[in-house]
Design a protein around this ligand. Structure first.
Ligand SMILES: Cc1cc2nc3c(=O)[nH]c(=O)nc-3n(C[C@H](O)[C@H](O)[C@H](O)COP(=O)(O)OP(=O)(O)OC[C@H]3O[C@@H](n4cnc5c(N)ncnc54)[C@H](O)[C@@H]3O)c2cc1C
Ligand SMILES: *[C@@H]1O[C@H](CO)[C@@H](O)[C@H](O)[C@H]1NC(C)=O
Length: 438
């Protein structure tokens, strides 16, 4: 048994729940702070939306989840669970391989129940400040506010693990002329149901997973949906198999009479500009004297996207990477953090970790990658997973997992409208069985 540490976990989504389980199994004392009234994070659908639909007003009440009612996962069941606690194959209920979001929430509640995690969670309790006590490395004050109470509570922990997610604080795109454009603007964070867009002409900015998904949802009732991308290969074109969805290349300018002019020479009078432009990392409670900073879709410096070298291992972040298998990333990261805190696994010294981060940034520059790609795992997710697996003594990343991810990644773009329902389970069952024979 290694050393036992008193740890604060902030957030009770996938990351907070799995981390709490790992820390507890490793013999640590765990308190989970959750500002919502229930667990689940992103997967806890909330029909409410924020008062400012594009999320600029700093005084708005934050609604955490960005889920929309008709959302289905973009990864199959086979990779929506953990290695030691897989997502169930359905004996009853939804027969589909790509579940609806309600089933993921059900899965997380079951996980919490099986490991008695609810007892560790302080619900309705928002962390408002996390700061080292007198610069002591393993002393952190966690200040929190419980809903309905005016007082702030303080408690000191040896370590803090930040599990607050990164799909809540909207990131917007700059649209020339937007100050005078009179239509309605919304960010995907505040999208729930298609009905308000009935009969409307919607210009959707961004061509990522949320715009691909939401455009189809809205097109059922909207008059027209125009998706705008920065991809220079795209020109004005109607989507195959869709009567009312078009693609465009970049917005040139928007005008006072509602006209939206695109850089591909086309234009349209629009009712709505809909930002599917992603989110920002956002840690308003964290006070580190400038050691950890958040920039253009990037937080750091973080060794392996987890530990700030100067504060390791007492401060860590779980779930920061993007473009990977979220549940898998979280599983491996939190196992590593639990073992590092108990002293079973050693970190390199601060200088070495910092050099590693700098080398990583340097490589990005050499490959011409902008800063906002810092936490994208793809196409190197297998290397990252294998590195973590080696630290915690797990066998290498399974080939089938890699193939499923690659398949979804490609199909979500090339065969979006069908891949979820054309998924061949028998084929994948064959591969997974073969792969798991020792
Ligand atoms: C629209 C959408 C679709 C997605 N689809 C998929 C998918 O199909 N498959 C997939 O694997 N992943 C998907 N994801 C990724 C998803 O984010 C991860 O699966 C996972 O939910 C991340 O969990 P998390 O715990 O890191 O963050 P979250 O789920 O965001 O949980 C963070 C928790 O922290 C709490 N919190 C935040 N700040 C504070 C504070 N100051 N004090 C106390 N508590 C706080 C929040 O209330 C929340 O409960 C999707 C994400 C979005 C937004
Ligand atoms: C699904 O996969 C199985 C096993 O590989 C194969 O026999 C079958 O023909 C496939 N079905 C379809 C519709 O492609």
């Amino acid at each position: 048994m290694g050393q036992s540490v008193k740890v604060a976990v902030i957030g009770a989504g996938v990351a907070g729940l799995y981390t709490a389980r790992e820390l507890q199994q490793e013999g640590h004392q765990v308190v989970v702070f959750e500002r919502n009234h229930r667990l689940g994070g992103v997967w806890l659908y909330d029909p409410r939306t924020e008062s400012d639909p594009i999320g600029i007003d700093p005084t708005r009440e934050i609604i955490h989840s960005s889920l929309y009612l008709n959302m289905r996962t973009n990864l199959p069941r086979q990779v929506m669970g953990f290695i030691d606690y897989p997502f169930p194959r359905r004996k009853t209920g939804d027969p589909r391989t790509f579940p609806v979001h309600q089933e993921v929430l059900w899965f997380l509640n079951k996980f919490a129940e099986d490991f008695e995690l609810a007892e560790l969670i302080r619900f309705n309790t928002e962390v408002v400040r996390v700061e080292q006590v007198d610069g002591k490395k393993d002393e952190w004050v966690v200040e929190s506010k419980t809903r309905g109470s005016d007082t702030l509570d303080q408690e000191v922990f040896q370590a803090v693990v930040v599990c607050v997610g990164h799909c809540t604080e909207p990131r917007l795109a700059e649209v020339p002329g937007i100050e005078k454009w009179p239509g309605y603007q919304i960010h995907s964070h505040n999208y729930r149901v298609p009905e308000p867009f009935r009969g409307q002409v919607v210009v959707m900015i961004g061509l990522g997973p949320s715009s691909i998904d939401i455009s189809r949802d809205i097109a059922k009732v909207a008059k027209e949906v125009h998706i705008v991308t920065r991809n220079p290969d795209v020109r004005f074109v109607k989507l195959e198999n869709h009567e009312n969805i078009w693609l465009h290349y970049m917005v040139e300018r928007v005008h006072e009479d509602c006209l939206v002019v695109f850089k591909d020479g086309s234009s349209v009078y629009a009712d709505v500009i809909f930002y599917c432009t992603g989110y920002k990392y956002h840690y308003p409670f964290l006070e580190t004297n400038g050691i950890v900073t958040v920039g253009d879709n990037c937080a750091g410096p973080l060794y392996k996207h987890i530990f700030p070298p100067a504060l390791a291992p007492w401060l860590s972040f779980i779930g920061i990477p993007q473009k990977g298998i979220a549940f898998h990333t979280i599983e491996l990261q939190s196992k590593w953090v639990a073992c590092v805190l108990s002293g079973k696994v050693l970190l390199p010294d601060e200088k070495e970790m910092m050099t590693d981060v700098e080398r990583y940034y340097q490589k990005m520059v050499e490959h011409g990658l902008p800063k906002h790609y810092t936490h994208d795992l793809h196409p190197n997710e297998a290397d990252y997973y294998n590195w973590l697996r080696e630290q915690i003594g797990m066998p290498p990343y399974e080939e089938w997992r890699k193939q499923i991810f690659a398949e979804c990644f490609t199909n979500a773009i090339a065969n979006y409208d069908k891949y979820r329902d054309e998924w061949n389970d028998s084929y994948w069952d064959g591969i997974i069985k073969v792969a798991s024979v020792p």
